[in-house]
Design a protein around this ligand. Sequence first.
Ligand SMILES: [Zn+2]
Length: 346
Amino acid sequence: MTTPVLASPTTGPDLVMTPRGNADVRGPANFEKSIVRGVLLANHAAHLGPDAGVLRGLYPDGVAHLWGATPCSVPGHEKTRAIAQRRAGDHLLVYAEKKIIARALIVHCLDNAPLARSVWGDTNGQTWQHIMALDEIELLDDVPAAGILRSLVRQDFLRSLVRRTHREYRSIAHLLPPHLSVIPAGRTRPGPDIPAQLGSEPVPTGPTRRTPQTGQRTVRNTARSERVRDHYKHTCQICGRSMRTATGHTSEGAHFRALEHDGPDHETNIGCLCAYCHTEYDAGGIYIDDDLVVRSGTTGKRERDLHVSRAHPIDRDHLRFHRAWFGLDTHPDVDPTRLKPGWPKP
Ligand SMILES: [Zn+2]
């Protein structure tokens, strides 16, 4: 058995590949929860242990994107080696149903069974305790896995975690879309393909261009809204869904404080939502609190965590305006005696 030659950090990322797992191990739900939407660290505070500081530092908004592997004790097994050798700086490819469904950058590795159990629970008495903290997550469409797997694992499927050198990774790079459409705030990497941080341009002053509205929902395709929607690859920041059309996926740019209510047309006031969540938000069926938790507009019950990329700061004042508009908070720009929409007129 040969030991893989590890890449030196200057030669490009090595590659970790993981199966997402099927429904019997809650693979789709876990993928959605901890990679696509991210988990609120505050909900697992009791289990962060020695990793609390580094995780809070990596995810200043408190939403961590995590994946994990169950233990493997077979000496020399590919998975045992991958667990031992995985490290920050590696790329992660996620495999499911004959496709590569996501790519991410591993920013930290930790072995923390209590945290894994708190986030994902157990499977057959084990948990996914060999955790990888992720960033620069890209959800991929239509990337067939067969060529990649045949080349790198000599099989048509992926059963468990494996790790490959940067050279092997590079040998299959042409089978993947160009890398890095998303880059987090605070980390700079020179390169032509890196967009500026969302919202880095100044908030526009003066009146916003208006178009006549027929419904409550304002669907607009300004350059800024398009940037936000592209940034999230049309994945709804609330429910994680991506609306399909005949030509690909789409989404709506939602203004947290409506343009009609003098909300700015600026990334800090724009979310990437699906039509369903956008309608609910604009109608007050849901609102977002200052911890970016999505709550029911009628019961206040927590429903989801808003998925927010670190490159996309959201101005909480606009969320507060929206809550005040529906009588759920106060805001200097909202008359507190105003009738809540839908309430009977006296
Ligand atoms: Zn949605």
